[in-house]
Design a protein around this ligand. Structure first.
Ligand code: FES
Length: 320
């Protein structure tokens, strides 16, 4: 499945904090953009040679005339956030149709936990739940009020609690208090930097929340844990079920790299096992899952991310 792109233009830009710029984007031809559900993200390329990056849509989901994204300037940027921050009103870029692996689950109540720029998909969820009368609360954590985009809009919202690291211990997130014990019919959503995600998800699991109730979206892959299984030593072979073609996958290349190098049409976006765009089904062999996007049920069903995961068996057969 190939990515569908459209030419777009920056119709408004403002700096929400010294490091976070908010962009409103519209189609260059003035037409409507794609519909999307809260939690969706888009690929954005802010120039012909600029890298493609993924950003969550953070405006109200019903708006099809323009999309809103917020971009954190990353000090260690490989060019993505730097190119975005260089954009001004009127500048051209291209954007892809939204994808969503972080949608609202059917639940009686939604508990949203955002860390820093992780507010973006959860803001879209909160706006959708406000519009439909859904039951939810949102805990938004940031280093300080000055570094929290959208904090001024959210400060007086009755369902939102702001937590600032510089606000004293009482104001910090306390999951025993702010999440509590597992409750049936409740879905928990977590988005933010890796340390924040690990903290919230680890505590929630320790408090007994089942994996099926925990929904997460990372902005970058979690580091491999020390001592993690290194998969099939010396690489392995990937076989395509449709043609029987076999390709060796050396230790220093991903399955996706090998497929693309051999002209196999394979979808991809993040290349880090976090977006779900490349998911395929395994028909034979034992996958070594190294993604941060598939649920335990999806892995048990045989789904696999060729961009990040590998094989524990000498041959892995894919439904391609
Ligand atoms: S390309 Fe994003 S999970 Fe594989």
């Amino acid at each position: 499945m190939s990515t569908t792109w459209t030419d777009a233009v920056v119709v408004a830009r403002h700096d929400a904090t010294p490091r976070i710029a908010v962009f409103d984007l519209a189609r260059a031809d003035g037409g409507e953009l794609w519909e999307y559900e809260p939690g969706a993200h888009i690929d954005v390329q802010p120039g012909a040679t600029a890298p493609v990056r993924q950003y969550s849509l953070c405006g109200p989901p019903g708006l099809r005339k323009q999309y809103r994204i917020a971009v954190l300037a990353e000090p260690a940027s490989r060019g993505g956030s730097r190119a975005m921050h260089a954009l001004a009103e009127g500048d051209a870029l291209r954007i892809a149709a939204p994808r969503n692996r972080f949608g609202l689950a059917p639940a009686l109540r939604h508990r949203l936990f955002a860390g820093g720029i992780g507010i973006t998909p959860l803001l879209s969820m909160a706006q959708a739940l406000d519009a439909t009368g859904g039951d939810y609360d949102l805990h938004y954590c940031a280093r300080s009020r000055a570094e929290a985009a959208f904090a001024a809009d959210l400060a007086s919202h009755p369902r939102v609690t702001l937590h600032f690291d510089d606000g004293g211990p009482a104001g910090r997130l306390d999951l025993a208090r702010d999440l509590g014990a597992p409750t049936s019919g409740v879905a928990v959503y977590v988005c933010g930097p890796g340390g924040f995600m690990d903290h919230v998800l680890g505590q929630a699991t320790a408090m007994g929340w089942p994996e099926s109730a925990l929904h997460k979206e990372r902005f970058s892959a979690a580091p491999a844990s020390a001592g993690a299984d290194q998969g099939q030593p010396g690489g392995f072979t990937v076989r395509l079920a449709s043609t029987g073609a076999e390709y060796p996958v050396p230790e220093d290349q991903s399955v996706l790299d090998v497929l693309l190098a051999n002209g196999v049409e394979a979808a991809s976006s993040c290349g880090q096992g976090i977006c779900g765009e490349c998911i395929v089904r395994v028909l034979g062999g034992e996958p070594d899952h190294r993604d941060d996007v598939l649920t335990a049920d999806e892995r048990a069903e045989g789904l696999f991310t060729p961009c990040s995961s590998r094989s524990n068996s000498p041959i892995l057969e894919l439904e391609l």
